[in-house]
Design a protein around this ligand. Structure first.
Ligand SMILES: Cc1cc2nc3c(=O)[nH]c(=O)nc-3n(C[C@H](O)[C@H](O)[C@H](O)COP(=O)(O)OP(=O)(O)OC[C@H]3O[C@@H](n4cnc5c(N)ncnc54)[C@H](O)[C@@H]3O)c2cc1C
Length: 369
């Protein structure tokens, strides 16, 4: 496996970094996280028109950039660095992945161009009351009524489900798990934004009551949904690397300038070791996340690499975010300092799509233990 970034990759990173630093300042994050939609429509449209970011993985024939998981991981890492607020993970990663892996040509033709252009925001609804992306526990039923399908049941913790224009829903049909598309204004659909610990990432509960739906998966969708999860987990891991890197930068910048007892606190062994440990863990996390992205790009299923990345990146981001608070002393505990925003993102991301112990359990299963 070629495990190196090209010149084009580095240019993409610099472009996304510049854009994100301008459009996702701390002040913008704090403003958006208090709003119900949780994102800025104008920035979202510019991400499509100026950077082609929303359709990074969408094939060119469907109006996208035709790139792959490595480029997507670079974008996610840069968004994680600045706590970007927007439905990117839902629309550009999960929904795009579900359409590419599990949907028929008609659904791809209808939805992918709209996602890539920013006209439509899409999300994927798999999780139910247990809060787990566990395909065996999907209870929602899809019933065929004449030529139409109807969905009934509840989907929980749906990323940006309160605002998405198109919902891609996993439900049980007679022939197994299938994917359905539901319009945002469909009859019998109720959407409720959920309170979240991490205000920078929005989630919703969706109630379906004989809600009309279009079946978009030709056959059984379990395999496709596993691929979507490997992609989603890998991209979340890349985002975690960006967040951990920013915590490390904040800590080291502060440790060099904060004087106590007439010396920078970074000259004290206790602070030195904290920063060095953060660096070691962030670099290991980076390798794990990049490895997973390159594995998927290489055509592997990426399951093992994705589980490894998510378990390691979750722990290193959480540790970096917690240490960042400690290194900033009393100021790190205050609302005014951004350290708590990273801490909450790190905590919530650690649980999203399964906590580290769940991913380790999957790795043990792969080892046939
Ligand atoms: C919830 C809360 C309530 C508070 N309430 C009060 C209050 O009522 N009254 C009040 O006066 N203050 C209060 N404080 C402030 C508190 O006393 C200070 O935050 C604390 O003394 C640490 O000082 P600092 O914030 O300047 O951190 P710093 O001294 O700048 O420390 C920053 C980091 O450097 C490390 N460090 C500093 N010196 C050394 C060293 N020599 N060797 C190794 N590591 C070092 C620290 O452990 C820390 O990780 C409160 C703080 C908090 C969090």
């Amino acid at each position: 496996m070629d495990f190196a970034f090209t010149h084009e990759h580095e240019e993409l990173r610099q472009t996304v970094r510049r854009f994100m630093e301008n459009e996702s300042s701390e002040a913008t994050v704090r403003t958006l996280m208090e709003t119900e939609p949780g994102y800025d429509r104008r920035t979202w449209e510019r991400m499509a028109s100026e950077l082609s970011l929303l359709g990074l993985m969408v094939p060119e024939r469907h109006g996208g950039a035709g790139l792959g998981p490595v480029e997507l991981a670079i974008a996610m890492e840069e968004m994680g660095r600045v706590l970007f607020c927007g439905p990117y993970l839902a629309s550009a990663v999960l929904a795009t992945g579900a359409l590419l892996h599990g949907a028929d040509e008609a659904a791809q033709r209808k939805l992918l161009p709209a996602i890539a252009s920013g006209k439509s925001i899409a999300t994927v609804a798999v999780t139910e009351a247990a809060g787990k992306w566990d395909l065996a526990s999907v209870a929602m039923r899809a019933t065929r009524v004449g030529s139409e399908w109807k969905l009934s049941g509840v989907k929980d913790y749906v990323l940006d489900g309160h605002l998405a224009d198109a919902l891609i829903v996993a439900a049980k049909a007679d022939d197994g798990l299938a994917l359905f598309q539901v319009e945002a204004n469909a009859s019998g659909l109720e959407r409720h934004a959920l309170p979240t610990l991490d205000l920078t990432r929005k989630m919703a509960r969706l109630n379906f009551s004989s809600t009309p739906a279009t079946r978009i998966s030709a056959g059984e969708a379990t395999g496709a949904l596993k691929q979507v999860m490997a992609l989603g987990v890998t991209m979340l891991a890349a985002e975690q690397v960006g967040g951990a890197q920013r915590c490390l930068e904040m800590s080291t910048e502060y440790a060099k300038t904060r004087l106590q007892f007439g010396r920078p606190i970074g000259s004290f062994q206790a602070i030195k070791h904290k920063c060095a440990d953060m660096l070691v863990e962030t670099e290991f996390a980076r390798s794990a996340a990049y490895h997973a992205a390159f594995a998927i790009a290489d055509g592997e299923d990426g399951f093992e690499a994705a589980h490894l990345a998510k378990s390691y990146c979750s722990e290193s981001y959480f540790h970096a975010a917690a240490e960042n608070i400690q290194i900033h002393g009393g100021m790190g505990f205050t609302w005014e300092h951004p350290a708590h925003l990273y801490f909450k993102r790190a905590r919530a991301s650690s649980i999203l799509f399964g906590d580290p112990s769940e991913h380790r359990l999957q790795l043990a299963n792969i080892l046939e233990l």
